[in-house]
Write a protein that binds this ligand. Structure first.
Ligand SMILES: NC(=O)C1=CN([C@@H]2O[C@H](COP(=O)(O)OP(=O)(O)OC[C@H]3O[C@@H](n4cnc5c(N)ncnc54)[C@H](OP(=O)(O)O)[C@@H]3O)[C@@H](O)[C@H]2O)C=CC1
Ligand SMILES: O=C(O)[C@@H]1CCC=N1
Length: 265
């Protein structure tokens, strides 16, 4: 029986919590600290407190999951240093392993992970890196908790985490933006708003599902849509020009990578 203390139960903490409950984890083994108590009725059996002082004095969690905003971490973290012996699993963007060692002590076992919001439908992609203090069983526990909401990749080089954050952490927003701008373009092309929104949404969903199920590369799947001299070809000549979506995505991911580095604190 693994006892979990979840600090911050917003979009990502909540998605993780729902994943653990769906997996059959006993609610009585999960403690949550979040200013807004009992955010969801299906989580009613989970013990939620508004602040760390209200936790049972004898609580010795195996894992402390840190899911507050990076900007809140300085204020929140010191109160959790008393759970020495636990592995700390942080999902905060930008905050490096060294930051946690500084505040929790160099003996603290810390896993830094970057999930994404498809975790809320168990289709997340998480990348994780552990510090040298993390024991094999602690790594396994953290891996299981993250795998409850989707795919997981462990890496050894923490330096990749800023680019990971920019690609898969923020990435769902790029895809949702694509659905937004496709719908808007459909309206500009004369479609009713409802129809354009539905076509954009279903096209993104269907293309994503095809990408998931197919063994072909994204490039080949793109080529499969593109008849020589056809409509897609005409569109791609715009999207793939020198100042098109490729360089723009490069700039966007670089900006997100830089921002992740700035959040290090
Ligand atoms: N959203 C995303 O796509 C992703 C986010 N992340 C990371 O996950 C973390 C959480 O992000 P997200 O879920 O989006 O943010 P949210 O704002 O949705 O969730 C943060 C939660 O923490 C609560 N909180 C604030 N201060 C404390 C405190 N001292 N103790 C306990 N709980 C507190 C907030 O309550 P209140 O709202 O009342 O302040 C809120 O419920 C961030 O570090 C972010 O970088 C990682 C991957 C993807
Ligand atoms: O935008 C952010 O900072 C967080 C981290 C990755 C996704 N959302």
């Amino acid at each position: 029986m693994t006892q979990i203390l979840l600090v911050g139960c917003g979009k990502m903490g909540g998605a993780l919590l729902d994943g653990w409950l769906a997996l059959g984890m006993a609610p009585r083994d999960i403690f949550v600290v979040d200013p807004e108590e009992a955010k969801h009725p299906s989580r009613a059996q989970v013990r939620v407190t508004g602040d760390v002082q209200s936790l049972p004095a004898d609580l010795r969690p195996d894992v402390v999951v840190l899911a507050v905003k990076p900007q809140m971490m300085d204020a929140a973290l010191p109160a959790y240093a008393r759970f020495a012996g636990a592995v700390y699993l942080t999902i905060a963007a930008g905050k490096p392993l060294a930051y946690f060692a500084r505040i929790l002590g160099s003996g603290a076992a810390v896993v830094r992970a970057m999930p994404n919001t498809p975790a809320s439908v168990r289709r997340g992609m998480t990348v994780a890196v552990a510090n040298s203090v993390v024991a094999a069983d602690q790594r396994k526990i953290c891996g299981d908790l993250l795998a409850a909401v989707g795919a997981i990749a462990w890496i050894e080089d923490e330096a990749h985490m800023d680019a990971v954050t920019a690609l898969s952490g923020s990435g769902p927003a790029y895809v949702f933006l694509l659905a937004e701008v496709m719908a808007a373009a459909g309206v500009r092309a004369g479609l009713p708003e409802d129809l354009a929104a539905r076509l954009a949404r279903e096209t993104v969903v269907g293309a994503g599902e095809l990408l998931r199920q197919s063994s072909e590369s994204p490039e080949q799947l793109r080529r499969n849509v593109t008849s020589p001299g056809g409509t897609t070809f005409a569109a791609l000549q715009v999207l793939m020009r020198d100042d098109g979506v490729g360089p723009l995505m490069g700039e966007a991911v670089a900006a997100a990578t830089d921002r992740s580095r700035e959040l290090a604190g």
